[in-house]
Design a binder for this molecule. Structure first.
Ligand code: RFL
Ligand code: PHB
Length: 390
């Protein structure tokens, strides 16, 4: 068995783990990242696409935004469609902040390229375990050999299904969960987006979203039944439903093309409190999940990591543990704001299976108010771009 030693053991090479590794490297703190998937798998995993300004600034500060600055599209508004209306919501004018469309897979590629060959990053690690929160140890198997990494701190950046959160004593963690009675079918389409800005469409058959990844690739989502499988959604049905739901309001522009990737995502809200125990901490989806409607998950993960990297640097360089002790409190203010907003936006835009006529009309009235009131739009915009007071 090989025995290694590092200051910070990081479980998971998603955006949170990789960015944490990068920020620590810049602060002169060594770390080891272990990921159970292959490099190819994590670089191709299609997920988020909308980055808030704070996330973009953080990636720039970390020196990993060259490609982002060349390739990402800056968005200043989106269109909201419902019943007979199509209204532009100019969130940047109302909040002073834009958002960037750049795929999470690209962020991951940029971070991996910045680390490989410079600092330890191990893919395809098997049977990863975390033990002893006071003196944490990571164990896994790599190329058939058992490895033990003794760490000052372990950070679980291993997502909702990871091993770090379940390694913490249950008596110390309080969890909050809610599952929504619908899911999202997401498709990646090899066709240029016909519309420059995102379209959020609220239709009586359910929600749909028109988004994009690049000038050549569109990304579309449909609200579907949570028990549906991909077999229930052949291409013809996907397109018919997208045409119907996005046609709400004035005209509809939808360029069809080959569907190059598809997946169904369960919708849930989840928070683990506190975000760690002794010297084991959680960041990103390992600690909290939001339904994807408001595009907050990746942005929250980045924000956790910024707070944690600073706190770790204070501890390792000045012996000051106050940042680590306050980590949960600092992060959860922003997390709960985003949780509430994501839940509210999900409730506003989705058709609930048991929704009565009256509730449908209430949603319509809320949408008309949002579309017609400067005050409502401003409040919405602050939350959407991530600058709302928490
Ligand atoms: P990740 O990305 O899940 O990464 C966790 C990593 O840990 C690895 N792992 C393990 N490694 C070792 N041992 C184990 N036992 C392990 N278990 C897991 C995994 O393989 C993986 O590499 O978590 P992280 O880094 O916290 O990042 C969070 C984001 O991925 C997530 O919040 C976003 O994708 C959410 N999200 C969106 N967020 C946004 O901010 N903007 C968006 O536009 C947006 N759109 C979305 C989204 C999520 C979606 N889905 C599919 C859930 C759209 C969708 C459809
Ligand atoms: C995406 O492009 O994946 C996306 C964009 C905006 C959202 C959610 C997801 O609100």
């Amino acid at each position: 068995m090989a025995v290694w030693r590092t200051r910070v053991g990081i479980v998971g090479a998603g955006p949170a783990g990789l960015l944490l590794g990068r920020l620590l490297e810049l602060a002169g703190i060594d770390s080891v990242i272990v990921e159970h998937r292959s490099r190819d798998y994590v670089e191709k995993r299609v997920r988020a696409g909308l980055l808030e300004q704070g996330t973009v600034e953080l990636l720039r500060d970390a020196g990993v935004a060259d490609r982002l600055d060349r390739l990402a599209a800056v968005h200043t508004g989106f269109e909201l469609r419902f019943v007979d209306e199509a209204v532009r919501l100019p969130f940047a004018d109302l909040s002073g902040r834009a958002v960037w469309m750049y795929g999470q897979a690209e962020v991951v590629k940029d971070l991996i390229a910045a680390r490989l060959g410079k600092a330890p990053l191990h893919f395809e690690a098997r049977d990863v375990t975390v033990t002893d929160p006071e003196n944490p140890v990571l164990r896994f198997e790599l190329d058939g050999e058992r490895v033990e990494v003794r760490c000052d701190v372990v950070v679980g950046c291993d997502g909702y299904h990871g091993v770090t959160r379940p390694s913490l004593p249950t008596s110390t963690v309080r969890t909050y969960r809610h599952t929504y009675p619908f899911a999202w079918l997401g498709v990646l389409v090899d066709a240029p987006p016909a519309i420059k800005e995102l379209v959020y469409a609220c239709h009586e058959r359910g929600f749909s979203l028109y988004s994009m990844r690049s000038p050549e690739v569109s990304r579309l989502y449909l609200q579907v039944d949570p028990t549906d499988t991909l077999a229930d959604w052949p291409d013809d049905r996907v397109w018919e439903e997208l045409h119907t739901r996005l046609a709400t309001g004035l005209g509809h522009e939808l360029t069809e093309g080959p569907i190059i990737e598809r997946g169904i995502t369960a919708m849930r809200s989840f928070v683990s409190e506190p975000m760690g125990h002794h010297n084991v901490f959680l960041a990103g989806d390992a600690a909290h999940i939001v339904p994807p409607t408001a595009a907050k998950g990746l942005n929250l993960a980045m924000s956790d990591v910024r707070v944690l990297a600073e706190a770790l640097a204070d501890w390792f360089t000045k012996g000051d543990r106050s940042g680590l002790d306050g980590y949960t409190r600092t992060c959860l203010r922003r997390v709960w704001r985003a949780e509430e907003f994501s839940d509210w936006m999900t409730g506003l835009l989705h058709r609930f299976p048991d929704e009565q006529n009256m509730q449908f009309r209430f949603r319509e009235a809320r949408l008309r108010y949002l579309a017609g009131s400067q005050a409502a739009m401003t409040s919405f915009s602050e939350n959407y771009v991530g600058s709302a007071a928490a």
